[in-house]
Design a protein around this ligand. Sequence first.
Ligand code: GTP
Ligand code: MG
Length: 368
Amino acid sequence: MIENRKLYPTGPAVQRALIVGVDLQDPARPLSPELAEFIALAKAAGASVVGEVVQRLPHVDPATLVGSGKAREIAERAKELRADVIFVFNDLRPRQRTNLEKVIPLPIVDRTMLILDIFAQHARSREGQLQVELAQLRYRQSNLIGAGADLSRLGGGVGTRGPGETKLEVDRRKIQQRVSLLKGSLDDVRRQRETRRGGRGRDPFVALVGYTNVGKSSLLNRLAGSSAGDAAFVADQPFATLDPTLRRAYVAPNLNVRLADTVGFITALPKELVNAFRATLEELDAADLLLYISDASNPDWPRQRASVETIMRELKLDQKPSLEVFNKIDRLDAAARAALPAGALEVSAAQGEGIEALRAAIAERLRA
Ligand SMILES: Nc1nc2c(ncn2[C@@H]2O[C@H](COP(=O)(O)OP(=O)(O)OP(=O)(O)O)[C@@H](O)[C@H]2O)c(=O)[nH]1
Ligand SMILES: [Mg+2]
């Protein structure tokens, strides 16, 4: 279904974000791909990135993350750039947050809040919205965000939005009441979903999994032959898809499958979100076959694929029958293609290359 979705908030002026990060110079974890990903998240949340401050340190400062001198410098820089929010790349402990807030007179949003905010803006189904709001409230509770007067400064941008533009609760007692209410509603919605699932028919169940933005929804549309009217939403941004989508797809004579699109994964997916989406992700347990999709045109694909593996292992879904699929091969030259791992399927959801071979491979695995 194509949704009439606003990709960018139309409310008050777009927020001007200053990005702050500590580079620990770990050779096993170079900063640049993850920082680029963080910037894509900032944009997907609807902010405009006005600058970056990266501090190189052997380890993060326990009191202020970046060091107190650097914190003052960031405050200056933010003023020069007329930033109205700080997006912090590294994980922030409550104490570091409080100390930074004393020096920098701007709202401070960490990676988890950023991801939660994108989810809040994109969730469409009732279940998705309940899951996201619950995750947001739990994160605030455990990080003591909004316990004090500081939250009033968060005004109305990233970090303050609930799904469907509901205002996030700041009062501790009310948060607790809201959490109980949300849990009850989620149980209801899940029971309804179970009932529905019982009647879905017997075609094998195949699910697309993979890092965010690799082209899962595009592949779903390609395999299901979706036309404009019923196509799943595709966009060049992280977390375009939040709500599980199911389509019927032909793979071979007398063999159709139920094909499921899922929420994309990301490195260090916030645990509040994994928990919130657990029920949805656990549906993957019912899959007869998983298609692991990677973006072959992204030089960072090995790290992305490894993150997906980690999350699937945590969900105890890593032992299910699967196929390895590299997408976006239309962007690769012959040398880059030759360098892809042998034995994986190579496709282009955009141009159709390799799709027949993928159908055949799905049919073969399902019949085996
Ligand atoms: N060149 C090229 N671009 C592609 C291909 N498949 C998808 N894309 C583009 O990649 C971007 C992401 O595609 P989606 O299908 O939304 O990816 P996704 O994995 O569903 O992403 P999320 O739902 O956000 O996790 C879009 O801009 C697509 O047009 C492909 O085969 N080749
Ligand atoms: Mg998608």
